[in-house]
Design a protein around this ligand. Structure first.
Ligand code: XBP
Ligand code: MG
Length: 255
């Protein structure tokens, strides 16, 4: 078994609960801004999350949920403009400190840094969103904690395609056996798994709790803190109550 070298993190839903009160609200603000009467409810947004990537999600909405909308001649340009507006709303919201990091995230990142593990991000969200989240919700210099930030359109095929994980590992010159992935969704687990990563840790959230996490090593409801331990949903946590490097090493080595 190769030694563990790097932890690779998804962003939305994993580092922070960004979808319901962050991305969704920003999409709606962008729609309003250009006079569209579209409103993505909490429930509808849950269905739209099946498609990763904001631009792809808008297109999917038109294809499946709003076929009556009269499409402009330049649909790509229209979607790109709408999405730029959405990103501006979202990053402004993050700059106001609207979305905290999830339970246990800062603790685990600090432990990993302390022990010299390499850190990376593999996400489908726009790079500016990652910068804003790390800077405002973690620490002003937190972007520098990550050796590679693989995000957005850097690869054309978004999750569940493995490309974003493959790209991140190539940048770090690491094999999948040397990495552990952190995800919150079925699409994310599939992406990491198909990139060859076999140690995948899932923290669920309200939108993903019923997903199929086939391929994951351990599914918990949070990373956990001493006062707020995780609940195990699936897998063997070796009797532990929070995700720390000792548990990650055990999962990676196969207990
Ligand atoms: C996150 C996404 C993103 C965000 C929106 O998936 O699918 O599209 O919802 O961000 P993951 P953009 O957690 O797997 O990275 O609008 O910037 O695409
Ligand atoms: Mg996610």
């Amino acid at each position: 078994m190769a030694s563990l070298e790097a932890l690779i993190f998804d962003v939305d839903g994993t580092l922070a609960d960004t979808e319901k009160d962050g991305h969704r609200v920003s999409f709606n603000q962008a729609f309003q801004e250009i006079g569209l009467d579209w409103e993505w409810s909490v429930e509808l947004y849950g269905e739209l999350l099946a498609v990763t990537g904001g631009k792809e999600r808008i297109r999917h909405y038109l294809d499946v949920f709003n076929q009556a909308f009269e499409r402009p001649a330049d649909l790509d340009g229209f979607i790109a403009d709408l999405h730029r507006r959405k990103t501006a709303h979202y990053t402004r919201m993050l700059a106001e400190g609207a979305i905290p990091m999830r339970n246990g995230v800062k603790r685990l990142l600090q432990e990993a840094r302390h022990k010299g593990l390499r850190l990376a991000i593999a996400t489908t969200t726009t790079p500016a969103n990652v910068s804003a989240l790390l800077q405002h919700s973690l620490e002003p210099a937190a972007e520098s904690w990550f050796e590679v930030i693989a995000a957005g359109d850097i690869v054309p095929a978004k999750k569940p395609a493995p490309d974003i994980y493959t790209w991140a590992m190539q940048q770090m010159q690491l094999t999948p056996e040397q990495c552990v992935a952190f995800e919150d969704s079925e699409n994310g687990v599939k992406s990491a798994y198909d990139a060859g990563i076999r140690t995948i840790l899932v923290t669920t959230n309200a939108y993903t709790v019923d997903h199929d996490f086939n391929g994951a090593s351990l599914v918990v409801d949070r990373l956990g803190e001493t006062q707020e331990p995780f609940k195990v949903i699936d897998g063997n946590a070796g009797g532990k109550q929070l995700v720390d490097l000792a548990l990650i090493e055990s999962l990676h080595g196969g207990f």
